[in-house]
Design a protein around this ligand. Sequence first.
Ligand code: SAM
Length: 340
Amino acid sequence: MNNQTDLSSESHALREAWMRHEDGFLKDYLVSSVEDPRIHFPSILSRGLLVDRLQPEKYRELIWSEYRFGISMSYVLSVLQRRPAPRTRALLLEALESGMDSFQSIPIPAYFIETWRLQRSSPDPVEHYIDQALRCTESLGATELDPRVLTGFQNRWREVFKQWDMAPISVMEAACGSANDYRYMDAFGMSAIMNYHGFDICPKNISNALAQFPKARFEVGNVFEIQAETDSVDYFFVHDLFEHLSIQGMHQGLREVCRVTRGMACLCFFNMADRADHLVEPKDGYHWNRLSLARVLEFIEPFCQDVQVIHTGRFLQNAFECGDYHNPGSYAVVLNFESK
Ligand SMILES: C[S@@+](CC[C@H](N)C(=O)[O-])C[C@H]1O[C@@H](n2cnc3c(N)ncnc32)[C@H](O)[C@@H]1O
């Protein structure tokens, strides 16, 4: 069997692996709970890197405030999931007000206490999102966050992009799902700063995406053979795809990302580790691999100018002393192609 035959049967299997799900499931399963792109670190990072690339440094403070928002809301969610009772929010707020560092035997992390204190002293009510999330008395599900709190940063970014006066850049997303990240990029006002092109191997995802955004560019496509000219994309991003490919398929996908990107690529992984080799785990016709960071870097480095690695847990630990990020296998590998 030659490489091409391998990848065409793999492509078929990947398509089938996602097509067996219902449309409604595909539309929502990756944008709920801690994976809601408004609080999920890799999503905030991908948006932040795009903004920072266009306006270096200018919005760093806002981006970092959004990281803090993401970890704080993820903590609230984790508490609600552990104690799904109507009084949980009020009990957590009481604990904060009494200066306690745990409640109901759940530790309250220092970054969360610090964030709450900082907010209390801020004159800007938009900053008071912990109080708002915990005071909410409306009929929310026991493990649901107040939608008004979730849109806090959306409104702040919309204001930024309203005043934006730069020409849009080309942005491409592989494995875009049902506009999982794009739906919030659009809600945040980012459509104004980019010419977006998303593709996914699963036609149900693409019809879900087009049903939400009929005018946006969503296409059925395969990372093994990206439909774009060489060096045509300013900013490429992809979340949670490469673990699902064979190693040969991942190499082909990485080669393609490097071929089409002329600016920067942000590759987010959900199951990577500091280990010598990839752990290949076939699953239901596709893969659920644990990838070796070293092996991915070794493969990718010859294609680009420089590479930056962000291990989500360690980044959040250093930045906010946040030690409870839920996924130790979460990494971002950021590629710069500038001198191409
Ligand atoms: C775990 S989901 C991630 C979806 C989205 N990026 C997110 O993070 O919410 C993996 C996605 O990869 C898509 N996919 C799988 N193989 C692909 C390929 N060869 N080319 C493009 N998309 C692919 C699937 O259809 C699915 O939507």
